[in-house]
Write a protein that binds this ligand. Sequence first.
Ligand SMILES: [Zn+2]
Length: 59
Amino acid sequence: MMPRGVAKSDLPTKICAACGRPFAWRKKWARDWDRVRYCSDACRGKKASGTDQPARVSS
Ligand SMILES: [Zn+2]
């Protein structure tokens, strides 16, 4: 039985740029899905401080 009509497996998924694990679409990303690169705020924080720009650390 499918009470809601939408299966979880229908949700789009991506690979987290920080931890490399697949993660599924979330409602809070509905507007920003194309830009989402990390599975969580924690992973986003690992890469750069709040920005999605590629980190160029040359020190
Ligand atoms: Zn992650």
